[in-house]
Design a protein around this ligand. Structure first.
Ligand SMILES: [Zn+2]
Length: 433
């Protein structure tokens, strides 16, 4: 049984319960026992001094790639879950594009068993929409739900067939599972490798227009209106998508959406400034300043519900190659908090909204427990130092992969302690490294 924890002196920010102020948090038997202004320390409790820190619900990431089974040289469930808690994430949703694809109970069960053995973040598997994520035949949603999947996705690929997408919405509705969709029209993408615009033209790289995302978002909103069910748009990057989702929500459609830290922080001009660094290549690509502005506004006004990292580890084999040939994606679990906190400093986001989009926002999108410090909730907590300055040393990252544009960069804001189920699973500066 985990010890009783008495976290005192910190600023508790829990948007789900409307709390923002200095409070003491008591964790007992794996649950939040009490959050109060004045409370006596129980004799058996371990005191944790959180003065000057934020105490928030553990972050929930709706979108990570843990690469196991099949590509353990990039990441394993254990290393990914370890990286997660280093970044303040106490739960992550593992996308099904492993090898083999998570389209059946045996893969789901393997991921859950690896996560339980690792004992860091909670790992919620996401099952495939279609068998093999080939976009041809629906997977068995009842089997995936029973095995422990919390949502469905063919992430990495769009569901190109509108008819299959319609049936996926109808079928998932029967099981109460959210469909989380990777939106791109592959014919509009063509051979594009970065956002279509002035930067791509200057660099001589083929572009991908924002409309490649917009048309698929608009299609799926039309299908959602037809079928009902629950749609979640993964990694929104274009201003057209933000506008379409805002309008759909205003009409009462059951749509939620996420945005990544990199699509909030970086533009296509950063690809140019980096000198073709493949750490700036991802899908969807870094877009124009006006798209970034639209994503920031969408996050601020609640059109976008969650910040999700799309943590996508790759080895040097996939990344130390020319830009055209490089794999898409960057790691994100260990940098999300400082990268997004910079948006608060820039006036683009409130502190409350930042925490909300990392906690209760994602919990609600997939119907997950957690995301709150209400009494009785699981004792999943992040203690964050918003002022800590540090330099991201790739040799000291917990992820197996190093593909991040923030390598060697000075960051402000750091997770100093992470608690899952009442157990301390990460303590900065007092770790096994
Ligand atoms: Zn994707």
């Amino acid at each position: 049984m985990a010890e009783v924890l008495f976290i005192e002196g910190g600023r508790v920010i829990d948007p789900a319960s409307g709390t923002d102020g200095v409070r003491t948090v008591i964790l007992r038997d794996g649950k939040v026992a009490e959050v109060a202004e004045r409370v006596e320390k129980p004799r058996d409790a371990r005191a944790i001094d959180a003065r000057g820190k934020w105490v928030t619900p553990g972050f929930i990431d709706l979108h990570v790639h843990l690469r196991e089974p099949g590509q353990e040289y990039k990441e394993t469930v254990a290393t990914g879950a370890r990286a997660a808690v280093a970044g303040g994430f106490t739960a992550v949703c593992a996308m099904p594009n492993t090898k083999p694809v998570n389209d059946n109970a045996s893969v789901t069960e393997l991921v859950l068993a690896r996560a339980a053995a690792a004992g860091f973040a909670r790992v919620h598997p996401v099952g495939a929409i279609s068998k093999g994520s080939n976009g041809e035949e629906l997977a068995e949603y009842g089997e995936l739900l029973a095995a422990g999947c919390v949502a469905l996705s063919d992430d990495g690929r769009p569901v190109l067939s509108s008819a299959l997408m319609r049936r996926a919405l109808e079928y998932s509705k029967a099981f109460g599972l959210t469909l989380t969709v990777h939106e791109e029209d592959l014919q509009l993408v063509g051979k594009g490798v970065m956002h279509e615009g002035a930067a791509a033209t200057r660099l001589g790289l083929k572009g991908i227009p924002g409309a490649a995302e917009d048309v698929m978002v608009l299609r799926d909103l039309a299908l959602l209106e037809l079928t009902g069910g629950r749609l979640h748009v993964a990694h929104v990057s274009s201003r057209g998508s933000v506008r379409a989702i805002r309008e759909a929500k205003a009409r009462g459609l059951a749509v939620t959406a996420e945005v990544t830290p990199h699509h909030l922080a970086l533009t296509d001009e950063d690809v140019a400034a980096s000198g073709y660094s493949t750490d700036f290549k991802m899908n969807p690509p870094l877009r124009s300043a006006s798209d970034v502005q639209a994503c920031r506004e969408g996050l601020a006004d609640g059109t976008l519900d969650a910040i999700a990292t799309d943590h996508a580890p790759h080895s040097a084999v996939e990344k130390d190659v020319e830009f055209d040939a490089a794999a898409n994606g960057i790691t994100g679990l260990e940098t999300a908090f400082p990268v997004c906190l910079a948006l608060v400093r820039a006036g683009a986001l409130t502190e409350r909204r930042l925490v909300e989009a990392l906690t209760i926002g994602p919990a609600r999108a997939f119907g997950l427990a957690g995301g709150t410090l209400a009494a009785g909730a699981a004792a999943d907590v992040a203690v964050l130092d918003p002022k800590a300055e540090w330099i991201l040393d790739p040799a000291r990252m917990y992820s197996k992969s190093r593909n991040t544009p923030w390598k060697g960069k000075r960051l402000a804001g750091r997770c100093v302690m992470t608690i899952v189920g009442g157990r301390i699973v990460h303590e900065e500066g007092r770790t096994e490294r």
